[in-house]
Design a protein around this ligand. Structure first.
Ligand SMILES: Cc1ncc(COP(=O)(O)O)c(C=O)c1O
Length: 424
C-alpha cells in the first residue's frame, strides 16, 4: 500500500497518501482495523475539514454582516465556500445555496415551486430515488398536483426511459430524478433526461447526493435547473447544498422571514446557518482539489484539479467494484441487485446491494460489524425501490459502498467474511 498504484496511463492514485488524510480510518474494532464500507450514508472526513471547523471556532465565530472582525471573517469564509462549491458544480457562486441537508432544502424548494403550480399540473418522480427526492414532491398532491412515477427495469435496477417518456406530457411541470441510486449504485443518464424534460418544457431537479463522491458534476453542461448534494457524502461536514439557475432562484419565492435578505442566493438560506461547518465544506472541496493536483500536477485552477481527482478516483473505484462484484457473484445463493456486467460499469458507481440465501440483512450487517466491517442493511430510504424489488417486508438488502479511500484488502476481507456468514 505504500507505493502509488497506476490505474490509468497518465494518473497516479496514491492510496497511501489518501488514507493518511483521513485520521478516523485508523479506528480498530475488536482488534481489527475498521473497514468503512458505509460511505453511502456518510463518508469520513480528512484532517483538513476538522482543522477548518476548529479554526472557525477559534478565529471567526460570529453571525454574519456585523461591523467587527469575526463577523467579517464569517462573511469571507462563507463567500469562499460558495466559490468552492461553484467550482464543484461548475456554476456561479451566487447560484450556490447552503442548507441543513438535502431533505430540508428539497422540502423548502418544493413548497416554493408549489406556489406556482395549479391543480392538474404534473410532476414526474421515480421508483429508483431516495425518498427525499420523492415525498417532498409527492406531498404536492395535496394541492391537486398529479404525481407520476417512472418505473425501473427490474433485471438491472436501472431507470426505464421508455416509461419516463411515456409519462411526460404538456402538463408535466417538473421532473425530479436522482443522478445515482444510493441503494443499488445505478447512474442515470441525467443529461439525456434533462433534454427530454426540457423538450416538454418541464424543469429538471437532480438529486446528486449519491453521485457527488463518485463523479464530476457539471451543471452548465447538463443544463439542469436545480441540483442538490450533501457535503457529508463527499468528505465534508453534515450539511446540504443546492445549485439553482440564478433566474430560477430569483423567480420562485421561498418561505422566509421579513427581515432576512431577499437577495439571491441568501433568500433561500433560512435562519442562521451552521456557520462552523461551512468552512468544512470549503476544506472538503480543497481536499478533493489537492488530490487532483497530486494525480495530475499539470492542472490549472481548482475546477481542473477537481476533475483530475475524479478522473483518478473513478478509475480506482472501478477497479475495486469490479473485484467486489466478481467476488460477490461467487458467493453461493447471493442475490445481487443492479448492473453486474463489467462492460456496463460506466452506468454504475461503486455502491452495491444484495441479499444472502440465509440470514437477514441485519444479521449479516451485525456479523460484519463485529469484525470491523461497516455496511448498511435496510432500504436506506429508497423505499419505493425496496417495495418494487419485493424486499421491503424482508429486511431490505445489505449495502456496501466503496469510496476512494477504500482498498482491495478491505474488499477481500468483506468477501471472506460474507463467505463465512453464508456457510454458517
Ligand atoms: C440519494 C440521496 N438523496 C437524498 C438523501 C438525503 O440527504 P440528506 O441526508 O442530506 O437529507 C440521501 C441520503 O442518504 C441520498 O443518499
Amino acid at each position: 500500500m505504500s507505493t502509488p498504484v497506476l490505474y490509468e496511463a497518465s494518473h497516479d492514485f496514491d492510496i497511501a497518501w489518501v488514507r493518511k488524510q483521513f485520521p478516523s480510518l485508523q479506528l480498530q474494532v475488536n482488534g481489527q482495523p475498521a473497514a468503512f464500507l458505509d460511505g453511502p450514508a456518510g463518508t469520513q472526513v480528512p484532517r483538513q475539514v476538522m482543522d477548518a471547523v476548529q479554526k472557525y471556532f477559534l478565529e471567526a465565530n460570529a453571525n454574519t454582516y456585523g461591523a467587527f472582525l469575526t463577523s467579517r471573517r464569517t462573511n469571507e469564509v462563507i463567500a469562499a465556500a460558495r466559490a468552492a462549491m461553484a467550482d464543484l458544480f461548475h456554476c456561479a457562486p451566487d447560484e450556490v445555496v447552503f442548507g441543513q441537508n438535502m431533505t430540508t432544502i428539497t422540502l423548502g424548494l418544493s413548497r416554493a415551486i408549489a406556489r406556482e403550480l395549479q391543480p392538474g399540473d404534473e410532476i414526474l418522480l421515480t421508483t429508483l430515488d431516495h425518498d427525499a427526492n420523492f415525498s417532498p414532491w409527492a406531498a404536492l398532491a395535496e394541492k391537486g398536483v398529479v404525481i407520476r412515477k417512472v418505473d425501473i427495469r427490474e433485471s438491472d435496477c436501472t431507470l426505464d426511459l421508455d416509461d419516463l417518456k411515456s409519462k411526460l406530457n404538456e402538463k408535466t411541470k417538473l421532473v425530479a430524478v436522482g443522478y445515482a441510486s444510493n441503494a443499488v449504485g445505478s447512474i442515470n443518464p441525467v443529461a439525456e433526461i434533462i433534454k427530454i424534460a426540457h423538450a416538454a418544457r418541464a424543469l429538471c431537479f437532480i438529486d446528486a447526493v449519491h453521485y457527488a463522491p463518485h463523479g464530476p458534476i457539471d451543471v452548465k453542461a447538463l443544463d439542469c435547473d436545480f441540483l442538490v448534494c450533501s457535503p457529508y457524502k463527499f468528505f465534508g461536514p453534515h450539511m446540504g447544498t443546492l445549485y439553482g439557475k440564478k433566474h430560477l432562484l430569483e423567480k420562485f419565492t421561498p418561505y422566509k422571514v421579513r427581515p432576512a435578505t431577499d437577495t439571491v442566493p441568501e433568500r433561500w438560506e433560512t435562519g442562521t446557518q451552521v456557520q462552523e461547518l461551512i468552512p468544512g465544506i470549503l476544506a472538503a472541496v480543497e481536499y478533493i482539489a489537492e488530490l487532483g493536483r497530486r494525480c495530475d500536477p499539470s492542472v490549472k485552477g481548482r475546477r481542473e484539479a477537481l476533475l483530475a481527482a475524479y478522473r483518478s478516483s473513478v478509475a480506482y473505484e472501478r477497479a475495486l467494484v469490479t473485484r467486489l462484484i466478481e467476488g460477490l457473484l461467487a458467493v453461493p445463493g447471493l442475490r445481487f441487485f443492479g448492473i453486474t456486467d463489467p462492460k456496463r460499469f460506466e452506468e454504475r458507481c461503486s455502491t452495491v446491494a444484495f441479499r444472502l440465501a440465509k440470514g437477514t440483512p441485519t444479521a449479516a450487517a451485525k456479523f460484519l460489524g463485529d469484525r470491523g466491517i461497516f455496511s448498511w442493511d435496510g432500504n436506506f430510504y429508497a423505499l419505493n425501490l425496496a417495495e418494487r424489488l419485493g424486499v421491503e417486508q424482508h429486511g431490505g438488502v445489505l449495502r456496501v459502498g466503496l469510496v476512494h479511500y477504500n482498498t482491495a484488502d478491505e474488499v477481500d476481507r468483506l468477501l471472506a467474511a460474507l463467505r463465512e456468514f453464508a456457510s454458517l
